[in-house]
Each structure stands twice: as C-alpha cells, then as structure tokens.
Ligand binder design. Sequence first.
Ligand SMILES: [Zn+2]
Length: 116
Amino acid sequence: MTIHRGSCHCGKVAFEVEGEIGEVTACNCSICSRRGSLLWFMPRAKLRLLTLEQDLGTYLFNKHAIRHRFCAQCGIHSFGEGTDPKENRVAAVNARCLDGIELSALAVKNFNGRAI
Ligand SMILES: [Zn+2]
C-alpha cells in the first residue's frame, strides 16, 4: 500500500495518507471554486495527522456538516472532514498538497456542488 505524504505550504501541517490516488474531484461550490482544491475522498481513518491538532484552523459554514481544515499559519487548505450519508467518517484531502504528485496526470471529475 502506498503512503502519500502531504503538507501545507509552511510545513506546520503535515499528514500521511494510505492508499492509491484515483479520481479526484473538482467542485464548483462557493468555497471549492475559490480555493481550487482537487479533492481525494477517503475514509477518515486513512488520513493520519503528523502535526498538532492545535495548529489546524477549522472553517465551518452553511450546515456546518464539513470541517474545512487549514493551516493557522500559512492558510493553506489541506483537507476537510465530514460524514457520508451512512454516518461513516470521511476525509477529503486536497491532492494539491501531496508530495510528488503529477497533478496534470490525475483524472479529474467535475462535481456540480453549486447546485446543492
Ligand atoms: Zn502552513
């Protein structure tokens, strides 16, 4: 199993993800369109923080269903946390924060989040 390492820009937030990166999602909702993240969805258990929880900021809006996490120092959004319809904990990692990923080679699925 591949371990991907990721971080924010300044390095204060670091994490590891276990798994093979497949399709990533580009969403056009109000927040995703602004930050331009490419989201890799996975069970939350596959995401391991290598940093202190206190170094992460949390942004909530709308129904507060998703915890948008970002570095409190450099502001980069590295992942979000939430639950799926079956109440399983999921994470959406910003593939742009992963080390050694050829972004142009990723299969991108466009999601019409604006319509939700
Ligand atoms: Zn940072």
